[in-house]
Design a protein around this ligand. Structure first.
Ligand SMILES: *Cc1c(COP(=O)(O)O)cnc(C)c1O
Length: 461
């Protein structure tokens, strides 16, 4: 009896892919060399399975979108049910039950004071909506001198031209800079930059002085400040203390500018609370952003959808006679897609039915214990963690924190090692990070960390 060699379906599909597709965030020539294109056939919980049947633990939740596992049966069933009812309908003049229920549910769980939901279909579009709404609000009030935005250094808010304008990651921004509006970039409270002996809280609070100075000088021309709360993700998983947000809210009020909170990556439990900005609340003070941008995990990672939540007073500034031309204009064909709304409703139902936050806190605590040992590594400058996001900052020299030359692509070596060992890690430059789906087990966390550490050893050798 002869045994058929297993067909190498990966090679066949990868060749067809590379002959026809142009991938995002990719130098396509890499795939002609050492970097494989991996065709995924199916997903199962925290795992991805390629055409050859090899399994990869998805340690980055497929670009931070997945919360409750690939092919999650509850979310899949909800979408299937919706498919036979209504796939899509124009969202001007017409509405539908999933979008209405989802808006009600989002307002119920969001920070108090948010009263309206505007839908779009991806994170960047949500940021575009928030920027345009803020600008248009001030214009409707006769404040047309307000045309600029403030963003933090190291920020990432997406890659469409408006969102890219308030992004400060050179990889994405530098080439396209001539096409972009110039915001006012203010020094980030990023705690990697804190002084020796300084606490996260002290450092973050100290950085409010830079924000105050910018607002003092420019508030007459500023529409809004936009921030990623607690974790600047694409900028290298740089983290800061919630006290910064509390202070920032006060400064925005004092100087009459909006605060746009971009929770596209950190919303829905990532940081240990349902929304990251909840951590800026205290008994004395509630925290309400003027705009809250949500996407990624909103549909559990199933379908593209985003939402911008805002306050009643901002909504009211647009509510007027048709001829006043005060109405907000930003329309996408697939606004409020019913399938995506059903996926989101089911995702939020899982949060209601299961002790998700308790579980992720326990998983985060386990992850923290596994990362303690890495901190002493000769090429690790810092290990940092906020909830279910943890990052290891690799450097050439631990004492001076001098980075490796970017051309050495050390992070890519960790990526390739991970693929070999069946773990999808995708370092941001030399920052190796973990952002797994909440269905990951403690054993899988151990595997993920072990593979990452072995990959780091190989990468820095
Ligand atoms: C991913 C991301 C975006 C952009 O979302 P897309 O859906 O990729 O356009 C915006 N802001 C933050 C903080 C993000 O992480």
């Amino acid at each position: 009896m002869s045994i058929e060699p297993a067909a190498d379906l990966n090679t066949a599909w990868s060749a067809r892919d590379l002959a026809a597709i142009w991938h995002p965030c990719t130098q396509m020539r890499d795939h002609a060399g050492s970097v494989p294109m991996i065709p995924i056939a199916r997903g199962d919980g925290a795992w991805l399975i390629d055409q050859n049947g090899k399994r990869y633990l998805d340690a980055i939740s497929s670009w931070w979108t997945n919360l409750f596992g690939h092919a999650n049966p509850r979310i899949a069933a909800a979408i299937k049910d919706q498919l036979d009812r209504l796939e899509h309908v124009i969202f001007a003049g017409f509405s539908h039950e999933p979008a209405i229920r989802l808006a009600e549910e989002l307002l119920r769980i969001a920070p108090p004071g948010l009263a309206r939901v505007f839908y779009a279909d991806n994170g960047s579009s949500a940021v575009e909506v928030a920027l345009k709404m803020s600008f248009h609000y001030w214009r409707n009030l006769g404040r047309s001198g307000k045309t600029r935005f403030v963003a933090l250094t190291g920020s990432y808010h997406g890659e469409t031209l408006g969102a890219l304008s308030v992004t400060d990651v050179p990889l994405y921004r530098a080439t396209y800079a001539p096409l972009l509006n110039q915001p006012i970039f203010v020094d980030s409270p990023d705690c990697y930059m804190r002084e020796p002996g300084e606490s996260w809280r002290e450092h973050s609070l100290r950085k409010l002085a830079d924000m105050r100075a910018a607002l003092e000088t420019h508030s007459e021309e500023i529409c809004a400040v936009i921030v990623e709360p607690l974790v600047q993700c694409a900028g290298g998983m740089r983290m800061y203390h919630p006290a910064y947000l509390t202070g920032l809210r006060r400064l925005c009020d004092e100087f009459g500018v909006h605060l746009i909170v971009d929770e596209i990556a950190v919303g829905f439990g990532r940081t240990g609370t349902l929304f990251a900005c909840e951590q800026a609340c205290s008994d004395q003070q509630r925290f309400t952003p003027d705009f809250l941008c949500l996407s990624k995990g909103l549909t559990g990672g199933f379908l593209p959808l985003s939402a911008v939540l805002t306050t009643a007073s901002i909504y009211e500034a647009f509510y007027a006679e048709y001829t006043s031309r005060k109405a907000f204009l930003h329309s996408h064909s697939y606004t409020g897609n019913p399938l995506a709304c059903r996926a989101a409703l089911e995702t939020l139902a899982i949060f209601r039915d299961e002790p998700v936050l308790e579980r992720t806190r326990a998983l985060a605590a386990h992850l923290a214990t596994r990362l303690v040992a890495v901190a002493d590594h000769a090429h690790v400058a810092e290990v940092r963690q906020t909830g279910m996001i943890a990052a290891i900052e690799l450097v050439r020299d631990k004492s001076t924190r001098a980075p490796f030359s970017a051309a050495e692509r050390r992070g890519l070596r960790v990526y390739l090692h991970g693929l070999e060992r069946g773990v999808l890690l995708r370092p941001l430059g030399d920052v190796v990070y973990f952002m797994p789906p909440y269905v990951i087990t403690t054993d899988e966390i151990d595997l993920m960390v072990d593979v990452a550490i072995a990959g780091i050893e190989r990468a820095v050798a």
